[in-house]
Design a protein around this ligand. Structure first.
Ligand code: EPU
Length: 289
């Protein structure tokens, strides 16, 4: 299978990031197995790109091969209240499908832009409701290129975490929803839509930091007086301080990274709290201060 060179800024919602030197678009499980085995033989690691909504990619780009799943990985099949959802299905598409089939329980994911695979890897959701609560099993490919099915009790899901075998690539997820009326779904969606009003639009990677057990990252950053500060084309959102916005799409990854390290430094100094990144970094960044 042919790889190509692409700019990661085109594939991430923050719209920053240099070239992925090896970028593979993969349509089927057999293609995926083939490429994983090839990379294993070359002793190469890999990244899997979903919707790019939780990624900060370096301006210098990444040497690690990037795999983008599409084709067969975008299928949804239904048996009763149970859905088998391809890992490349965007969450908004899954929600639309669930609504069309009177299936509820997933409305709390409203507004999250990622793919289903990305949502599982990061156990996406709200503060208190996560996609793991709907997950029956996860299908994937091991680093050796073999198919494997894993279950939630093996994955030790936590707040924005899951423990997958190393280099496991999620291909599909089995979710259990429940039957509801369309009006009940509408009501729940309205509730979550209201909640999302506190979040800014524009180019961002969603929340930059995980919440700390002692307080929400957004409140800590605001109380440290950091709303609205900027570096180059990046700004700490005046709407929600845990969002960094790439204004006019002109920021670099370095601008975003400088804001991140400055926030970490200031919040640590003021409150003694070390904020941990929720977004994943790809490529090289200077060490945090
Ligand atoms: N707050 C401030 N200033 C701010 C932002 C928030 O004082 O600039 C305060 C709010 O007033 C509120 C509290 O902090 O009292 C919590 O804020 P919010 O309800 O917005 O929730 P959050 O903890 O900041 C979490 C998730 C979001 C998810 C929302 C909605 C994390 C890191 N964030 O945000 O997830 O959308 O709940 O349920 O867990 C993401 O993961 O990318 C993400 C955005």
């Amino acid at each position: 299978m042919k790889s190509k060179r692409v700019l990661l800024g085109k594939y991430t919602t923050l719209k920053v990031g240099g070239p992925a030197r090896l970028f593979y678009e993969i349509d089927s499980r057999s293609q995926l197995q083939e490429i994983v085995r090839e990379l294993k033989n070359k002793h190469l690691n890999y990244y899997v790109l979903g919707n790019g909504s939780n990624i900060l990619a370096s301006d210098e780009g990444v040497d690690v091969p990037v795999l983008k799943l599409r084709g067969d990985f975008t299928a949804i099949t239904r048996r009763g209240n149970s859905l088998t959802v391809g890992s490349a299905v965007p969450l908004p598409r899954l929600m639309e499908y669930a609504g069309e089939h009177n299936l509820g329980g997933i409305e709390f994911m409203y507004g999250i832009p990622g793919t289903v695979g990305g949502a599982i890897i990061t156990n996406a959701g709200t503060k208190d409701k996560w996609i793991s609560s709907l997950t029956q099993s996860v299908f994937g490919i091991t680093k050796g290129g073999f198919e494997k099915k894993v279950f939630p009790d093996q994955l030790r899901f936590g707040y924005r975490t899951a423990h997958f075998p190393s280099r496991f690539i999620i291909t599909a997820v089995e979710l259990t929803l429940h039957h509801v009326t369309k009006s009940a779904i509408k009501k729940m969606l309205l509730f979550y839509q209201q909640r999302r009003r506190t979040q800014p639009g524009g180019f961002s990677a969603g929340c930059i930091f995980k919440n700390h057990p002692r307080d929400s990252a957004g409140r800590l950053i605001e109380q440290a007086g950091l709303k609205d500060i900027r570096r180059g084309g990046a700004i700490v959102s005046p709407v929600h301080a845990n969002f960094i916005i790439n204004e006019q799409g002109k920021a670099s990854a370095k601008d975003v990274w400088e804001l991140i390290t400055y926030i970490q430094h200031t919040v640590k100094k003021k409150f003694g709290i070390s904020l941990q990144l929720e977004v994943k970094t790809w490529g090289r960044f200077s060490p945090s201060r």
